[in-house]
Ligand binder design. Structure first.
Ligand code: NG1
Ligand code: ZN
Length: 528
């Protein structure tokens, strides 16, 4: 390592004093003005990780659904997955190191991880549409080059597109071509094949209104539109030409306020969806004839997808193990429906997609979604090979089902939850099953629920167990929650410290909205 060069560049990316940085659930995320030194240092770290894994590593500059003034960064590991936990710690260490300690920290990491410093390094970079993103990604590049790493800057990408690129580059093109055209071609080919098989017709089936949160999703959907041919007609709203990123729109706004985004005109029963700011989350919704808003969140998306996959497997005559992975935020009625009606095993993990992703890898087919709309489906290598073989061999109904499954596998982005890919999967399933958005919504009724944020002096005083459903500390808190929950019907509640904001999150559900609201309120008082 050329420490002279590192120091020379490092002073150009000085660390602000008095701030502590932590690589959290979604990497580093904060006001953009504090992030320059972190970007430079994540460039350095990406080079070390690339040398150690002998693979291409990704760096994504985005703060997802946060306000436009924020920004963030996360590293993407070789198969397109989130950075390994031990490296998250190195990231935190490096981000907080004083200038004079940088050398020692870099050497420490290299020694602990036995990094061969002579090894080549390659880093790919993507960024969202925030005004601060371009300059910050230049700082990443500065970090990469000063350590002698090579790089490719993809420029504007959705987060899942960067995950896709990393995965393609490390699997010798088997997953797809590591270009934006490669991404569009892979997805659109599968989508067009699928919708050719659909019997339903008519404009109302083909048209979909998409709220793009004034973010990168709009740009990328516009680029992709002509690849989709007649299969789908999307009408884009909040496309970034007027409004502010994530302001009163996008998947996070729609899910947490349980109302439509601004800037979108919705007629009754029209099928609509919202992406978040970096297009890795999606939720659907519609307004009924009485003007009531109906949200179709990640839980209902997981239900639609897993029931469709199970039906295909029955048609093909294959008995594979399909599992659904959720978090504590999954609506109680979704879990009940999956387990009791669909007879699908459901597992609960801690919040954060890396936990869900990891669990989903245990199944032949693992479908995972957070209630907020972040998720995808994973297929084991053996299943993929088997389905390819069956699609070539089987005929008639079985053959048709196998071909559908093969295309559905291609349509999912298995590297990360992807709003564009998930949208196309959902649209294909609705078309193939001739389902309206109302019929989909009617699979089960969500239990009324409420999420609250509570500001406390130190959110770390709360620790949890059982996939965050039980509080361990402070003493007495869980007993207090249990007593409150007993007062309501069909009720459940939990608290946990957020991994992305300085707050405690409270979740409650019960048989009526009034009960859910009041239970959430009572639990939030018990937190103090
Ligand atoms: P935290 O802040 O740890 O609750 C939030 C979301 C997660 C996940 C991450 C990363 C909720 C309740 N939490 O985590 O699901 O998406 O942000 O973006 O929605
Ligand atoms: Zn996001």
């Amino acid at each position: 390592m050329d420490f002279g060069a590192i120091t020379k560049h490092s002073v150009l990316h000085a660390k602000p004093s008095g701030l502590l940085f932590q690589y959290g659930t979604a990497g580093f995320r904060m006001k953009a003005e504090h992030l320059d030194h972190i970007m430079f240092r994540m460039g350095l770290l990406a080079v070390l990780r690339s040398k150690q894994t002998k693979s291409t590593i990704g760096v994504m500059v985005t703060a997802s659904h946060n306000p436009e003034e924020d920004n963030g960064v996360k590293l993407v590991d070789p198969l397109g997955e989130m950075l390994a936990p031990s490296w998250e710690e190195y990231a935190t260490c490096l981000a907080n190191a004083e200038e004079e300690d940088m050398q020692r920290v870099l050497i420490d990491i290299s020694e602990k991880e036995a990094v061969d410093l002579q090894q080549d390094a390659f880093v790919v970079i993507g960024r969202d549409t925030r005004p601060s993103s371009e300059k910050l990604s230049q700082s990443v590049i500065d970090g990469v080059t000063v350590l002698g790493g090579q790089f490719h800057d993809y420029g504007l990408l959705t987060t899942p597109q960067l995950h896709y690129m990393v995965c393609c580059r490390n699997t010798s093109g088997l997953y797809g071509m590591a270009t934006i055209e490669g991404y569009y071609q892979k997805l659109s080919k599968a989508f067009v094949e699928l919708t050719k098989q659909a019997s339903r017709s008519g404009d109302e089936f083909r048209s979909l209104k998409v709220d793009c949160a004034n973010g990168i999703g709009a740009l990328k959907l516009k680029e992709m539109e002509h690849y989709l041919s007649q299969g789908l007609s999307v009408q884009l709203f909040n496309d970034g030409t007027k409004g502010k990123l994530n302001h009163l729109c996008g998947a996070d706004f729609v899910k947490s306020h349980q109302k439509p985004p601004q800037g979108m005109e919705i007629k009754s029963n029209e099928r609509c969806c919202s992406f978040d700011g970096d297009a890795d989350r999606i939720v659907y919704y519609y307004c009924d004839a009485d003007g009531h808003f109906h949200l179709i969140d990640g839980d209902k998306i997981a239900t639609l997808i897993s029931s469709f996959l199970k039906e295909l497997l029955v048609e093909i005559g294959e008995n594979l193990n399909v599992g659904v992975v959720q978090t504590a935020y999954a609506n109680g009625n979704s879990t009940r429906y999956l387990e009791e009606v669909m007879k699908v095993p459901v597992y609960c993990t801690k919040t954060g997609v890396k936990h869900l992703h990891h669990k989903a890898q245990e199944f032949d087919i693992g479908v995972y979604f957070e209630a907020n709309g972040h998720g995808t489906a994973l297929f084991s290598k053996a299943v993929e090979d088997k389905v390819k073989q069956l699609a070539g061999e089987l005929e008639d109904k079985k053959g048709k089902a196998a071909k559908i499954l093969r295309n559905i596998i291609d349509l999912f982005n298995q590297a990360a939850g992807d709003a564009i890919a998930d949208m196309l999967v959902i649209e294909a399933i609705l078309a193939l099953k001739s389902l309206t958005v109302q019929q989909w919504d009617a699979l089960y009724t969500d239990l009324p629920n409420r999420q609250l944020k509570v500001k406390v002096a130190d959110r770390k005083v709360i620790s949890t167990t059982d996939a965050e459903r039980q509080a361990v500390t402070p003493p007495g808190l869980q007993e207090a929650i249990n007593d409150l929950v007993k007062k309501y019907r069909l009720s459940r509640a939990f608290v946990r410290p957020s991994g992305t904001e300085d707050v405690i999150r409270v979740y409650a559900e019960a048989d009526s909205q009034e009960s859910a609201d009041s239970l959430a309120h009572e639990v939030s008082l018990a937190v103090f």
